[in-house]
Design a protein around this ligand. Structure first.
Ligand code: SAM
Length: 172
């Protein structure tokens, strides 16, 4: 599977030991930290410097993909290209899971998110207002599930790469 925007590799502790995971990130500095955190993966050559909007993998390379806090960093015009690229490199029928910050609805948390906004923009280039879920239809992916996992602040989107008739016959 692919971890997109792998950062310093913090997710690797949570993958099953048998999972074969590759990580991509646009930042060499983040990848250097991921190398230190995940020496086995680095030795296997599965950490790549790549832009999620222009992945250098063949179509259908991965069974699944995941990313955490990547889409809340990507500017709005890059949301659809990034979703399309993940959909291209994951096999038809494969699942893509995204963990993202969203703008809270509750009054107090919403207010606090505006106070917090300049800091996350400065520290991570992140925003609560990327509206990744709204971009899913334009990407050609299917929205399977959308659920909050921490209050109304952190959301997991589960997307699926559609199986088209030609894919089902093995013609992709
Ligand atoms: C907020 S960090 C999250 C890192 C990690 N997924 C985590 O949860 O700790 C966002 C990561 O996305 C990477 N990133 C930003 N734009 C990217 C792009 N266009 N392609 C690939 N990675 C990108 C950044 O370099 C950074 O490592």
């Amino acid at each position: 599977m692919l971890d997109a925007g792998v950062g310093t590799g913090r997710n690797f502790a949570f993958y099953p030991p048998a999972a074969i995971v590759s990580g991509i990130d646009i930042s060499p500095a983040m990848l250097a930290r991921a190398h230190d955190r995940c020496p086995t993966l680095a030795a296997a050559g599965r950490l790549y410097a790549m832009d999620v909007t222009a992945l250098k993998f063949a179509d259908g390379t991965f069974d699944a993909a995941a990313s955490s806090f990547l889409f809340c960093v990507l500017p709005s015009p890059l949301q659809v290209p990034a979703l399309r690229e993940l959909g291209r490199v994951v096999k038809p029928g494969g699942v893509i899971r995204l963990l993202e910050y969203v703008r809270p609805q509750g009054t107090l948390r919403r207010l606090l998110s505006y106070v917090w906004q300049p800091w996350i923009a400065w520290a991570y280039g992140a925003s609560f207002d990327r509206h990744t879920e709204r971009h899913v239809p334009a990407s050609g992916l299917e929205l399977v599930d959308s659920r909050y996992v921490v209050d109304d602040l952190l959301k997991v989107l589960t997307l699926r790469v559609p199986v088209r008739a030609m894919d089902a016959r093995g013609g992709r």
